[in-house]
Design a protein around this ligand. Structure first.
Ligand code: ZN
Length: 190
């Protein structure tokens, strides 16, 4: 996984042209993304993270990932299972003014977490690998994943949006993850 410091993570990625949807090249990129996401594993990956400046994202949050997490915590995060799917040229629109602040990490900023405020609800428009248009409104953790991944396509990392005083190693996060966001914010002045 490409780490922060590589300029590819700071570029605005190129749209996939209509003509190249369904091409062998696009299919290979999607396959590489799926494999990388499964290997890590993570809940989302964007093409720039494997060095390709194209607007393709793969997202997943299967029930198996949530199996070990306290149900109360899952409810707080509003995290529900999401089957793996591919988004080509995704466009996001924030819906309503509601936000949520939770810890976030990134496969390209390995080993760290921080609190990030995100829109609670988003409308997403994208093409699937077959070139079909989709539009849906999603909320909660799924909406957070989408915002994080589409940010990657625009050269933005969560560290650009984080409350920097809450930035911490994964080791410390293991402890603070169990505390309500309000408590963490108070302790760190974040
Ligand atoms: Zn990321």
């Amino acid at each position: 996984m490409i780490q922060a410091g590589d300029p590819v993570l700071r570029r605005v990625a190129d749209e996939i042209t209509i003509g190249s949807i369904g091409s062998a090249e696009t299919a290979a990129l999607i396959e590489d993304l799926r494999v990388s996401l499964t290997e890590k594993p993570g809940v989302g990956i964007a093409a720039p993270q494997i060095g390709v400046s194209s607007r393709v994202v793969v997202i997943q949050d299967p029930a198996a990932f949530q199996a070990g997490i306290d149900p109360e915590r899952l409810a707080q995060l509003e995290r529900v299972p999401v089957e793996q799917y591919v988004l080509i040229n995704p466009e996001l629109e924030m819906v309503g003014g509601e936000t949520r602040t939770f810890f976030e990490g990134c496969l390209s900023v390995d080993g760290y977490r921080a609190l990030v405020r995100r829109s609670y609800r988003v409308r997403v428009r994208y093409l699937d690998p077959g070139g079909n248009h989709h539009e849906e409104v999603v909320c909660g953790w799924h909406a957070r994943i989408l915002q994080h991944e589409v940010d990657h396509l625009n050269g933005t990392l969560y560290i650009d949006r984080m409350s920097s005083r809450s930035f911490m190693s994964d080791e410390h996060y293991e402890y603070w993850a169990h505390e309500p966001t309000e408590v963490v914010s108070r302790v760190f002045g974040a």
